[in-house]
Design a protein around this ligand. Sequence first.
Ligand SMILES: Cc1cc2nc3c(=O)[nH]c(=O)nc-3n(C[C@H](O)[C@H](O)[C@H](O)COP(=O)(O)OP(=O)(O)OC[C@H]3O[C@@H](n4cnc5c(N)ncnc54)[C@H](O)[C@@H]3O)c2cc1C
Length: 427
Amino acid sequence: MANITIYWFRNDLRFEDNPAFLKASLESDVLLPIFCHRKEELIDNNYSRIGVHRKIFLRQTLNKLKLKLKTMNSDLLEVHGEVSEQFKKIAEEIHATKIIFEKIIAPEELEEEAEVRDLGIHVETFWQSSMFDPSQLPFEVENMPDIFTEFRKCIELNNTEIKEPIPSPTRLPSLPNKNLNFNSQTDFSMLSQYKYSSFPYLESLFFGGEQTALTHLDNYLLKKLPHTYKATRNQLFGIQFSTKFSPWLSLGCISARYIAFKIKEFENEFGANESSYWIWFELLWRDYFRFIHFKYGKNLYKKNGLNKNPVIINHNDKKFNNWVQAETGNPLIDAGMRELSLTGYLSNRIRQIVASYLIYDLNCDWRKGAQWFESQLIDYDVYSNQGNWLYIAGNGTDPRGGRKFNTEKQDLEYDPRNLYKKLWQKD
Ligand SMILES: Cc1cc2nc3c(=O)[nH]c(=O)nc-3n(C[C@H](O)[C@H](O)[C@H](O)COP(=O)(O)OP(=O)(O)OC[C@H]3O[C@@H](n4cnc5c(N)ncnc54)[C@H](O)[C@@H]3O)c2cc1C
């Protein structure tokens, strides 16, 4: 019997270092690559769950992926709506024998997986979104240390090495011989690009897609920026103060392992320092927020998170809306919230400051803040977003409790000359 496979692209929109896609390409006689767009969803009847920045970046990425597939005599079928319903229809039509995809262990994504499994077609999933594979960890991932520093030390003491990325498929199986509609929207309405964006995704160097991600990494290394990363990473704006890998990582245009491996090669050639180490350190935070999902799963999505003490939140919609609309009256917070909705990107420092302000100064529900970030951030990543919000709210694994940032102190330290606030003040 012929192996007729559906490859479901999720947050792994790449060829390079994509074990699941390589396996699908090697083991199938017929292969149908699919991307499924989630149904449009309005949060609080008010704003779209996937905001315009993320929509455009995704569109750019899918267009590039489609083109690449076409150069290899394949294509990308884009479908909309419930994944299982779509797959049921298509699987029947093409007589699919298998569905292969990347595993995502956040609650909604696991539900989607369960529904696909219920179709009764053979399913294979691959964990492939972290820098380290869970099997490389010196402990069972479900028993990992709760505290990040302990987690990091275990990995360092164990000398856990980054594995070599795996190559792209060199050929792809043919498409099913059926009349499928491969048309997709290849155009997107151009927003007037905000010229001060720290991640100007309407400029070609910042487009979504695998090739741009790889070129961005090459340029980052060519400019030897890993050697200065630690000194600049807390700045508030600009193109080069941090790596800007996150939007491409979030859609899987590039893998964390690939980045870490290339940075190791860079260190071997040009020397390692505290700065180049620190990129690895931050990517390890990314892994950590993934791995705590193996341990705590759905509990990370409760109002209390992992907090055993009662969490009392007097959420106030008016205050929340002021925060969203950059009308809190605090110039630093309003600058940050304006930058977020105009560009879809915020530095890590400003993310921390505005999140803390929402939770501790406005006493609002941290989950509402996380939802707003989900809608707006061009680099939205379910694990990192949830993990960071939990951490600041004090409902995660951190025994020190929440992280309240003193906004005035942060302002004096990071924007003493008011440059950031001026950049994003209302006209
Ligand atoms: C409230 C809040 C929400 C966040 N939501 C997201 C999100 O949805 N998606 C996302 O990718 N990051 C999120 N972050 C983490 C971090 O702010 C971004 O990863 C970083 O700012 C992206 O820019 P960069 O790639 O230039 O980062 P760099 O400073 O250059 O870091 C390199 C890479 O390390 C990883 N990294 C850095 N800091 C963190 C961190 N705190 N947690 C996890 N990974 C990290 C990212 O993959 C990043 O691309 C959030 C942080 C906070 C405080």
